[in-house]
Design a protein around this ligand. Structure first.
Ligand SMILES: Cc1cc2nc3c(=O)[nH]c(=O)nc-3n(C[C@H](O)[C@H](O)[C@H](O)COP(=O)(O)O)c2cc1C
Length: 261
């Protein structure tokens, strides 16, 4: 069903809605406890593959993380996302088959010891997590010309990525883990879920309760990759010029793991 974002159904002219000034609220910094809570979610969020428990996810909780996703920014307020919630095990098994095939191909793309290490990694929790969420992008959402997309057509995809990150953080706060799986051919997934050809599959998210999580990225713990120093990524005024003055503050600002309970 097409949606025409940016053109509300009830927009009957300026007299119908309160003026924009009336819709503002104060926006000071959060209290320290609230800031800490936000940081706890940011630092404690992990990509989860192994730690899912079979405990079912109540509809109310699922609804809250989907609502968090739906609060994400989107270009021109186009909200190009959809979420296909998949609990059915047989269906998830079919998705797992797609993963297994793609993962076997992926392994051959790495050489020598790297390939051996790749093969040792678990890169999904499609069957162990009690539910999967396929997140999609409808590139026609918002109509032919979308505010903000006129010169950067891919920003609708970025909008969906923002929604996924919102969901991921909200899930952490609920005690739910999320694992993003991208190792499958998205075109092969579409017929399994009845997704139309012109819709883009953005992610398969494994979602379920977790009792434990890695304190830093699992791929770091398993020596696949390391988090880069932030100060090496921040430039001062022009590409490539180190932001030397900012470096001590940048180093101090990046904590090494989740804040203690
Ligand atoms: C777009 C995207 C695709 C990803 N695909 C996979 C995947 O297929 N399998 C996997 O194990 N992790 C996947 N990840 C998770 C990353 O490996 C993970 O985010 C990264 O190692 C950092 O770990 P953290 O999320 O626990 O901080 C993906 C993450 C993103 C953002």
């Amino acid at each position: 069903m097409p949606h025409d974002a940016g053109q509300p159904d009830d927009a009957t002219g300026p007299a119908a809605a309160p003026g924009p000034e009336a819709l503002r609220a104060p926006a000071g910094p959060f209290a320290e406890a609230d800031r800490n809570g936000l940081w706890r979610a940011i630092l404690g969020r992990r990509d989860v593959r192994n730690e899912f428990t079979p405990r079912p996810v109540p509809d109310e909780t699922l609804a809250r993380i989907l609502a968090a996703a739906h609060c994400a920014p989107s270009v021109g307020l186009s909200q190009p996302w959809n979420f296909v919630v998949v609990r059915d095990e047989a269906k998830r098994r079919q998705v797992h088959d797609l993963f297994s095939r793609a993962n076997a191909e992926a392994a051959y793309m790495f050489d020598g010891p790297r390939q051996a290490l790749y093969r040792s990694l678990k890169l999904e929790g499609i069957l162990t997590a009690p539910l999967g969420i396929c997140v999609t992008c409808d590139r026609s959402r918002g109509g032919k010309v979308v505010l903000g997309r006129t010169h950067q057509p891919d920003v609708d995809l970025y909008s969906v990525a923002c929604a996924i990150q919102n969901l991921w953080l909200a899930a952490r706060a609920e005690g739910l883990g999320v694992g993003w799986v991208s190792i499958f051919d998205p075109e092969e997934l579409k017929p399994l879920l009845g997704i139309p050809r012109d819709i883009v599959v953005m992610a398969w998210l494994c979602v379920g309760y977790v009792d434990e999580l890695f304190v830093s990225p699992e791929l770091e713990a398993r020596r696949w990759a390391r988090r880069l120093p932030l100060e090496s990524l921040v430039f001062d005024g022009e590409w490539g010029r180190p932001a030397a003055g900012l470096a001590p503050a940048l180093r101090a600002a990046v904590p090494s793991g989740p804040k203690p309970e």
